[in-house]
Design a protein around this ligand. Sequence first.
Ligand SMILES: NC(=O)c1ccc[n+]([C@@H]2O[C@H](COP(=O)([O-])OP(=O)(O)OC[C@H]3O[C@@H](n4cnc5c(N)ncnc54)[C@H](OP(=O)(O)O)[C@@H]3O)[C@@H](O)[C@H]2O)c1
Length: 238
Amino acid sequence: MEKVLWVTGGGSGMGAAAARHAAGQGWRVAISGRREDALAEVAAAITDAGGEVLTVPLDVTDPEQIKTAHEQVVQHWGRLDGLVLSAGLNSPRRAWADQDMDEFARIVDTNLLAVARVIDVSLPELRRSGGVVVIISSYAGWQVSPLAGVAYSASKTALASVAISLNKQEAEHGVRACHLCPGDVATDFLQQRPNVPDEAARAVMLTPDDVGRAVGFVLDSPSHVRIDEVVISPVAQT
Ligand SMILES: NC(=O)c1ccc[n+]([C@@H]2O[C@H](COP(=O)([O-])OP(=O)(O)OC[C@H]3O[C@@H](n4cnc5c(N)ncnc54)[C@H](OP(=O)(O)O)[C@@H]3O)[C@@H](O)[C@H]2O)c1
């Protein structure tokens, strides 16, 4: 039976790369995000390469949409074996001096609450399958980084707790979680920086595929292997 993976943030960047990589390794992949055109483009690439894919548009900050999307995935394939949680948000206003608290709440909602909600709604199937959860956190989730933003750093460091608690409490069901912490990756996410990196700066960053491969390593490790945390960064990371 081919395993089923649900990827949030699957329409671009690392989520798309992880989806493509997993599909190439034989996973059936559901991809979610708000932009239907981006999802369709990734889905076409997966289908063209011979993979099986379902697009499930959703806004991860809406708990009802998460429930509906989860039902769609499970109804379509009848099982769920893995999650890659890559949907994320930051803001150029990153310091106590200039941050906006409504924006702070949206960042925490997207980066932390939505991750917990998708795991929570998926837990019954993950327990049945001995599933694996890959949380795309950040270098700023591994080491607090004020430059990454107060809300961003706080929301990403909290993801370590999400992964550790899942591992400690759900091991008896074979559920495994990985807190995956990438350094700089050349994706559209960089547009949210106060100073957007130029081409030369992007050229020495990780590519989304570098992270897609690391995610694939976690997803395809044997079921008795848990990879608690992965920190992956470009040589030039400061
Ligand atoms: N790039 C970096 O240097 C870097 C480093 C460390 C960690 N990260 C993390 O890596 C993850 C993926 O980012 P990326 O670098 O691959 O950039 P990206 O291409 O911008 O990916 C972010 C994804 O999140 C989705 N998303 C955002 N808000 C959403 C919402 N409310 N509902 C549903 N989907 C939502 C976006 O899709 P839609 O806009 O279509 O909804 C998009 O596909 C993020 O969690 C980010 O924090 C990035």
